[in-house]
Structures are given as structure tokens and as C-alpha cells.
Design a protein around this ligand. Sequence first.
Ligand SMILES: Nc1nc2c(ncn2[C@@H]2O[C@H](COP(=O)(O)OP(=O)(O)OP(=O)(O)O)[C@@H](O)[C@H]2O)c(=O)[nH]1
Ligand SMILES: [Mg+2]
Length: 584
Amino acid sequence: MFVVATAGHVDHGKSTLVRALTGMEPDRWAEERRRGMTIDLGFAWTTLPSGGTVAFVDVPGHERFVPNMLAGVGPVPAALIVVAADEGWMPQSAEHLAALDALGVAYGLVAVTRADLADPGPAMARARAEIAATSLGTVPAVAVSGLTGAGLPELRAALDRLAAGLPAPVVDDPVRLWVDRSFTVRGSGTVVTGTLGVGRLRVGDELELAGADEPVRVRGLHSLGEARPEVTAVARVAVNLRGTPRDRLGRGDALLTPGRFHRTDLVDVRLTGDPAADLPATLTLHVGSAAVPVRVRPLGPDTVRLRLARPLPLLVGDRALLRDPGRHHVTGGVRVLDVVPPPLARRGAAVARAQVLAELDGRPDLAGELRRRRLVRAGALIRMGVPVDAAPVAGDWLADPAHWRRLGEQVTEEVARYAREHPLEPGMPVDALRQRLALPDRVLVEALVRPPLRIHAGRVGAAGADALPEPVARAVQRVRAEYGDRPFRAPEADRLVDLGLGPREIGAAVRAGALLRLADNVVLLPDALDDAVRVLAGLPQPFTLSAARQALDTTRRVAVPLLELLDRRGATRRLPDDARIVVG
Ligand SMILES: Nc1nc2c(ncn2[C@@H]2O[C@H](COP(=O)(O)OP(=O)(O)OP(=O)(O)O)[C@@H](O)[C@H]2O)c(=O)[nH]1
Ligand SMILES: [Mg+2]
């Protein structure tokens, strides 16, 4: 199927032509038929001589209904521009063409209608000349009469040729179905329709609804009036949603492949065409079937920042248009450059940003995104519309290679600085390092720590950093020299102070396994435990505290906590009469 939207001034015969081609009534509303004027979008389809199907989105030509027209053409990549032979090129011929140009529509043809009323030549020449200057370029033109049917076979053949020249549909990309209608079907619930430009929908699919948190599920699909288990782009499609109230969604909403779109209310864009120098501060942004008021902040000569009144699922490279609703004027097209732009808080930030934007063209550019964002999750890039084909540095994080190298160097520097400032600690806590480098995720720290550094017990240090800090090592050395032959004599508190072993130093030595702490200010060399068990095993069993104290040649200050520690470790057992035995 291919989908084509009509375009053209009011009363030039668009709906009559669609009716003549399809035998279907595009003006769905009684009011439209009563007034002989299209108000909202109409939908009709027919089979072409080739056997292919063309579906029309018939738009209103009246200037009051241009927003409806834009909702119809927004998601449609081809246009049938209708000009009446007897009236020729008119204001909405121009405005509709400007809209197609702004959206970058590249495929189309001209039908000069009402050719039974006047010579179609001048209208055709003017239309082709106007169109040639736009994204559509040189287009074929056919003179027709919706009244007599003259020219219709030629028009069908021209539509077939147009279809044959369209790019192959992209069916594997994520779905972003812009809703152009929503209604309730008795017994089925809410149904939305739209033009599926890319991707595929299946019954049972779970989709995101832009603007809602919970997913929605596809209960049924119709295309061209028939139920289908699956619909692939390009197609007109009606989606029946399970359990979604009708008032939850309408024109301008979008059904999305989950996790593939970022909803943004701030975008940096390039203006296309001839942007006016004095852009109004507020305009309406039209994209897909959505129309959202925006505040415009100029940045560079042809780049602006748009603040959207509500978020939209936009991607880098999206085409959209800005319109001044007050002046009935398509201000110009935009191409989305960045859907997650940085805040412009600092002085000079806007100027710097304009320079960055000058380099962007809306084509997704992974290397450039990494250079600008430095560290970013793969999922976030994909949701911006930037395909990811690089390996993550950790988890799903991607990094700019130069930035990652710099971070690696900073890790070494920060850990060394921390060791200088905290000589008694066995390395820098991982979280302190994470904060110091302003890294958003701990896995990044873990990936940045490389030998000779390593992470041990939540700290980053040199391998063997559980070795003692220099001053503590010296103090322990002196304890060894003085007490090595009296292993159960613990230094008195004032002696510890003389040796330079305050509570922090003792803590460091104990953590490193260089001292054994029995109680506050009671420390032994670590081999003392095994030696004590050996000595005690030589005593007649069971033995008393006093026998132990004498055998170990020590004081109660040491013997009491030492035996309690041996009890806890299961090396000795305390009997009901307070005597002990060595176990095993
Ligand atoms: N003689 C003649 N009249 C036509 C032809 N096409 C349309 N008309 C008449 O022109 C009037 C407008 O036709 P529509 O088809 O409603 O025009 P439209 O472009 O759809 O108008 P809007 O949707 O309101 O923009 C109707 O009265 C039609 O009968 C034609 O080829 N020949
Ligand atoms: Mg009409």
C-alpha cells in the first residue's frame, strides 16, 4: 500500500477527485456534506492498474482548517497537489505547498481539476513552477475532471508511477504511530487510526503511549477496513487498544515501540528554507499529527531552541514545521538536531551552543554524540534516534575514547592524592572516587580501575595496599623488636603512645593483620594466638586462669581477654567451674 495526502486550496476539487478515484466518501461528517466543504481528515482507498493499493488522506483546503491539514500530511511521505483550472494558484495552494516543503516531502504529483471548466494549461504551468522550487522538485502533472471523469485513467497511471518510485518501506525500525483519529467502537473499546510510516504492528503488541506511563496492548488491527493479525509499513491502520479509555488519547498522541523514544520538551533545531530574521517568540510546532505551542529562543543564524508546551517523542533528524497561527503563515521547516540538549545556564553558553549546532546536520552521529556527551547510556542514545554500534565501556555506558583515557589518568591521580592525604587508610573508598570524578554510575569506577590499582573491600588502592602505611609499619617493627621474646607481654598504654601507636594507627595495623587487638590498648603480635594455644596445651588439663597467666608469663590484663578470644575461636573451652581445657 502507499499513502498519499491531498493538498490544495479550498473548493479546488480534492474530495471530488478522491471520491471519483475510490468510490468512497472522504467527507465523513454530515456537516461537511451539508456545507460542501472538508473540515477534518478523510480516508479512502482504491486499487491501481498495477494491482497495488493507494490510500488517500484527504485534507481540508479552508484556511481555518490548516492545522487539520497538517495533522494529515505530517506522517505521509507523498502528496497529490490539487489546483482548480478555473481558479489557479491560490493562497492555500501556497500555504499547503510551503508545509510540504517544510516537512521535506519529496514525492508528489499535481492534478489540475475542474479542467472541464477552464483551460488547465496556465494553472498547471504555475503549479509546476511553484512546486519545482521546493523539496518536491519537478513533478508530473495531469489534467482531470472529477465531474466528467476525463483524465482519471492518466491520473491512476501517474499514481502507479509515483508509487513505484517511492523508497522501499522500512519495516524493522521501531513504530511511532501518530494518532490522527480516536473513537469508540461498541463492544471493542477505543480505536485509533494513523499512517504507519515505518515498522510493523501485531495483535498482542505492547506499546507505549506518549504521555502515559503504563503500556497499552494491541487488541485488534484493521487496515483498509479488514481485520489483520499484522500490519507493516507503509499503511493506514486502525488500532484497537485493550483497556484504554477513549479520553486518554487523541490526535497528536503517538503509539510507540517501548523503550525506543525519548519524550522531550526541549529541542535544538535548524530552521530550513528562508528563516525570517525576526522569528516570533511563540509559534506552533507541527510534527506527525501533533501541534504543540513552542517558545522560540534563537541561538545561531539558523538554529533555535524550542521549549514545547508538552513533551513529544522526537528523534534526531525529525522534520517538523513552525507555523504562526495568528498570521496563517508557515514560518518554516525545522530539522531536529538534539532532543536532549544541555542547559544554557552559564554566561556565554548560548554562543558556545550555537557553535556546536552549526556543525550538526540532523544525521545521527554516534562519535559526535559521544564527544559532546562524553558518557552516555546506549539506551539513551537509541531513544534519541542515534544507532549504537560501539562497545560499551561498562554496563551499557558508552564513552568518548579521549574522555575515557583522561578519566583513567584521573583515577590514578586521585587515588595517589587520597593515599597522601589519608596515609592510614587502605585505599580510597570507591564512592569517594566516583564523586570526585563526577561519574554517574559505580560500574564506571570499577571499569576504570586497572592494575596496579585494584578494588578491595570497597576501596581503590595499589595491589598490596593492605600493606601497612610507612609510620605504622615502623611502629609495629619496634613492637616486634621489643616484645618478640615476650610474646604475651602487651605494651602498656603509655608505651604504645611512645611507639606512635594511637587508636587510628592501631586500627590500621589490625586491619592489615600486623597486630592483634585483645581489648582497648591491649595488643599483641598476631602469632601470639597460635603460640598461646601451644603453651596452654602443655599444661595439665583443665587449667585455671592463674595457671595460664603463669605459663604464658603475662598479666591478668592480657590473660583474661586472650583466653576469652581463644574461647570465642573455639581453641579453648570454659568449664562450669571457670577452669578451661584446650580443645582438639
Ligand atoms: N465542474 C467541476 N466541478 C468540480 C470538479 N471537482 C470539484 N468540483 C466542484 O467543486 C466544489 C468543491 O469540490 P470539493 O471536492 O469539495 O473541493 P475540495 O478541494 O475538497 O474542498 P475543501 O475540502 O473544502 O478544501 C464542489 O461543488 C464540486 O462539485 C470538477 O472537476 N469539475
Ligand atoms: Mg474536500
